[in-house]
Design a protein around this ligand. Structure first.
Ligand SMILES: [Zn+2]
Ligand SMILES: [Zn+2]
Ligand SMILES: [Zn+2]
Length: 304
């Protein structure tokens, strides 16, 4: 089992899972463990000749057994594809998979937070290039989410309204809007910490992906595709990114929280990356050299 160590200065958990050292590192496409098992070929994680969407437990998990769960979500059996390249109907089915896994993992007794995310691109440190995302079911609420929850709670107490609904109300002029789809808006928040950071959220107050109406779930599939296509066309090559779904923790509380998805591409231009350095890593103060309004305009003008 992995070891949880408390960081008393930052008041957050650090997880030590030494077996992750041995995880598969940049295998050739022929040896990809996330591809379907080819007839006569080496056995992969998915022993089927093909598949549509596949979910299984991570072989090198950060959390196991009593502590929580780590799952891998393979978006497609096509090794050379990506989430943004999938047809909208396929992404709609993936939304349903996310809903299903979120609901099930939320029910595990020790689980305090279910986090759906994707790391894409070698620049982010991805070790398997096959299109896939992950789900971590943590035995604690991760520090960043704890902080967000606290901000939502304070705002609710001080103003009586939802913090994120108020953030969205500030986007009516559309200068930072990148795409809209029915109930959804994708925008570069004025407080973005990465140059091409995007937030994607339902305008209606929804706490988790499982609370979306069918219409909202379909809208999410459409707007997700638009956002990812824009990202890939921005510099004419697949843009690396972290996609982070921020949802309400399991249980009945935290009604003030508003579901949103955050994207952090590390690029500040086609060939330059933003590295976290002294100010960001050592002091937690992000410094940007471009305004949200400018990057939003660029992204808005890229066809979706
Ligand atoms: Zn593969
Ligand atoms: Zn809200
Ligand atoms: Zn957030």
């Amino acid at each position: 089992m992995s070891e949880l160590r408390w960081h008393p200065l930052l008041r957050e958990w650090v997880t030590v899972a030494p077996w992750r050292q041995d995880r598969t590192y940049h295998p050739d496409a022929a040896d990809c463990p996330l591809c379907p098992t080819k007839p006569g070929g080496p056995e992969t994680e998915i022993e089927e000749p093909t598949y549509y969407i596949a979910v299984f437990e991570n072989r090198f998990p950060s959390y196991t057994g009593d502590q929580g769960r780590c799952e891998v979500v393979c978006y497609t059996s096509d090794h050379d594809s990506s989430l943004g390249e999938q047809p909208v109907e396929h992404i709609r089915d993936l939304v349903e998979v996310w809903q299903d896994r979120f609901a099930e993992l939320s029910r595990l007794p020790k689980v305090k937070y279910v986090y759906i995310f994707e790391n894409r691109g070698e620049e982010i440190g991805v070790t398997l290039s096959h299109p896939h995302g992950q789900i971590y079911a943590y035995p604690f609420v991760p520090a960043l989410l704890e902080r967000e929850l606290d901000s939502f709670k304070r705002h609710q107490r001080e103003t009586g309204s939802c913090l994120y609904c108020d953030v969205l109300a500030g986007e009516v002029q559309g200068t930072r809007t990148v795409a809209t789809e029915e109930d959804w808006i994708a925008f570069v928040p004025p407080f973005a910490r990465w140059p091409y950071e995007l937030h994607l959220a339902p305008r209606g107050h929804v706490g988790t992906i499982t609370e979306l109406t069918d219409g909202q779930a379909a809208g999410l599939a459409r707007v997700l595709k638009v956002v990812l296509r824009k990202y890939d066309k921005l510099f004419g090559k697949p843009l690396p990114y972290v996609m982070a779904m921020h949802q309400r923790p399991p249980g009945r509380g935290h009604r003030y929280f508003h579901f949103h998805i955050e994207f952090y591409p590390p690029n500040r231009s086609a060939d330059k990356l933003k590295y976290l350095a002294g100010s960001e890593l050592g002091a937690g103060a992000f410094v940007l050299d471009v305004r949200a309004e400018e990057t939003a305009k660029q992204l808005r003008e890229v066809p979706g």
